[in-house]
Design a protein around this ligand. Structure first.
Ligand code: FE2
Ligand code: FE2
Length: 279
C-alpha cells in the first residue's frame, strides 16, 4: 500500500505539482463541487475580520494566528480555483467569485458592531471546530475519491491544513477565561452550525460556480434546487470512515467521548441519512 505524503503547514501554490495534471481523470460531478468549494474558501478574509472583532483584546488566539488561518483558507480557494480552471477553461475563479460576493454576505460579517453570533467566544470556537471538522473530512474524502493526481495532492494538502485549523480552534476554546458552557449548550451550538450548512452559502456558491453569467436568465437561482445539486455533487465522495472521523471531531469539540455512544450513534444516523440522499 502506498504511504500517503505528509503535508506540512506553510505550503505555497508553487509547491503543487501542476504539470502532473491529467484531464482524462477529471470527474464532472467532482469538478462541479470543487468549483463551488473554491468560492467558499476564497471568501475567508471576511471571516477573519469578523473573528478578529470577536477576539479583540482577548490575546487568544493571537491576531497573527487568525490572519495566518485566513491566508491559508484563501490559498485553498486559489489552489482549487486554479485546478478547476485547468479542468474547465470556461471557469474563471475571479469572475465567479465576484458574482458570489455580490449576492452573498452573511449579516454578521457586514455589521461592524456585531459581536459573536454564537453568544460567546467559546461558542464561536465550537462553531469553528464544526466547520474545520467538516472541511477536514471533506478534503480527505476528495483526496481518497479522485484519481486525478493534482487534485489528490491539493486535497491532501488542504485536508492537513484543515485538521491543524481544528486544533488551533480547539486549543483556543479551552484557553478562554470565560466560564465553560453546559454540554447541552455546546451541543446546541454545534447542531446549529451543522444546520447552517444548508443555508445560501453552499447553494449559491454552487450556482455562481456552475451556471455561467449568460445562462442566468434561463437558469435563475433557486436555493432549494441548487442546494440539492450542491449536496448531490459533494456527497458521493464520502465513505463511512470519513463520516465517523467527522463525527468524532465534532463530538470531541462538544466535550463528549469521541469513541462513546454519542459519536457512534450520530455517525450511524448521519451515514444513513447521507446514503439515503444519494441513493
Ligand atoms: Fe479551507
Ligand atoms: Fe480551515
Amino acid at each position: 500500500m502506498a504511504i500517503a505524503p505528509v503535508y506540512k503547514q506553510g505550503w505555497t501554490m508553487d509547491d503543487i505539482h501542476w504539470s502532473l495534471f491529467d484531464p482524462s481523470k477529471v470527474e464532472p460531478n467532482l469538478l462541479a463541487a470543487i468549483k463551488a468549494a473554491a468560492l467558499v474558501e476564497y471568501n475567508a478574509p471576511d471571516y477573519v475580520t469578523y473573528l478578529k472583532r470577536v477576539f479583540a483584546n482577548s490575546g487568544s488566539p493571537t491576531i497573527a494566528a487568525l490572519e495566518q488561518w485566513g491566508r491559508e483558507e484563501a490559498q485553498h480557494g486559489r489552489a482549487l480555483g486554479r485546478w478547476a480552471e485547468m479542468a474547465d477553461p470556461n471557469f474563471k475563479l475571479e469572475e465567479a467569485f465576484a458574482r458570489f460576493r455580490k449576492g452573498y454576505t452573511p449579516a454578521h460579517f457586514g455589521d461592524a458592531q456585531q459581536g459573536s453570533v454564537r453568544g460567546s467566544r467559546r461558542g464561536e470556537m465550537i462553531a469553528r471546530c464544526v466547520v474545520e471538522s467538516g472541511t477536514s473530512s471533506y478534503y480527505s474524502a476528495i483526496r481518497d475519491a479522485t484519481e486525478e493526481p493534482v487534485l489528490q495532492e491539493i486535497a491532501g494538502r488542504i485536508a492537513a491544513d484543515e485538521y491543524r485549523h481544528y486544533k488551533l480552534f480547539y486549543d483556543t476554546l479551552h484557553a478562554q477565561s470565560e466560564p465553560d458552557l453546559s454540554f447541552w449548550k455546546k451541543l446546541w451550538i454545534a447542531a446549529g452550525r451543522v444546520c447552517e450548512s444548508d443555508d445560501d452559502e453552499l447553494a449559491y456558491s454552487y450556482y455562481c460556480a456552475n451556471v455561467l453569467p449568460e445562462e442566468e436568465l434561463v437558469k435563475p437561482y433557486d436555493r432549494k434546487i441548487y442546494s440539492r445539486l450542491s449536496s448531490q455533487a459533494s456527497m458521493t465522495v464520502y465513505n463511512r470512515r470519513h463520516i465517523q472521523k467527522l463525527v468524532q471531531m465534532v463530538t470531541k469539540a462538544v466535550g463528549a467521548n469521541p469513541h462513546g455512544w454519542l459519536a457512534n450513534t450520530a455517525g450511524e444516523v448521519l451515514w444513513r441519512r447521507m446514503s439515503a440522499k444519494i441513493a
